[in-house]
Design a protein around this ligand. Structure first.
Ligand code: 3PG
Length: 209
């Protein structure tokens, strides 16, 4: 099991994924992998999520399959049992922290405010997701966080795309970014896996700061 910092280094982009079916999810993940994406946040926003994790877990030795949108303790156990090797949550509670630890699931917890960050630091986290990144202040907010929290690494997610990602990745406290732009709904509906592979190639080639 990799720690979350190691997973973040596998970016620079963690695709945030939601699927209508398990077969769709497997096809999309393979198309992303063909484009050089090695880390997947498969969310539990649809019923297909756990099934896709099950199918993708262990599929490629150099890939990390994680679970996203974790909000309950039961989801941590289910995702671990399905084969997820890390978790991402939009926010953090003591119960979610305990459940992720009990499940042995390294967690990238979501924060949006300095109070959220202080709480995450108190629970031992040194890397967090900044969510929703653009609505919550984007780059100026991340710059402002760097003063009081110089050792904290962020994965900003929410409102980022291939054009804005480099400016986020250039920040000293940003290790990777998350986003759903690699899987446009129209391309998925058209089963245009080549387009998804091309978007993955562009994302995998983004420079880090
Ligand atoms: C997330 O859950 O992290 C976001 O929904 C992804 O945000 P985006 O769709 O704006 O990339």
């Amino acid at each position: 099991m990799k720690d979350v910092q190691t997973v973040m280094q596998m970016g620079p982009v963690i695709p945030v994924l939601a699927f209508a079916s398990v077969d769709e999810g497997v096809s999309v993940c393979k198309a992303l992998y063909d484009g050089g994406v090695k880390v997947f946040e498969i969310t539990l926003r649809t019923d297909a999520g756990l099934g896709v994790i099950e199918r993708m877990a262990g599929w490629a030795a150099d890939a990390a399959v994680g679970v996203g949108t974790l909000v309950t303790s039961a989801q941590c156990r289910a995702a671990r049992d399905a084969g997820a090797t890390f978790g991402v949550s939009p926010g953090l509670t003591a119960a979610l922290d305990a459940a992720a630890r009990d499940a042995g699931l390294p967690l990238l917890p979501g924060v949006m405010t300095p109070t959220d960050i202080v709480a995450a630091l108190a629970l031992g986290y040194r890397a967090v997701k900044f969510f929703p990144a653009v609505p919550a202040g984007g780059i100026p907010m991340l710059k402002a966080f760097h003063g009081p929290f110089p050792d904290l690494s962020f994965c900003p997610t929410g409102g980022i795309d291939v054009a804005s990602a480099p400016d986020f990745l250039a920040l000293p406290n940003v290790a990777c970014v998350g986003g759903s732009w690699l899987t446009p709904k129209a391309a998925v509906a058209a089963r245009d896996w080549r387009q998804i592979t091309r978007l993955a190639q562009a994302a995998a080639a983004l420079p880090r700061g």
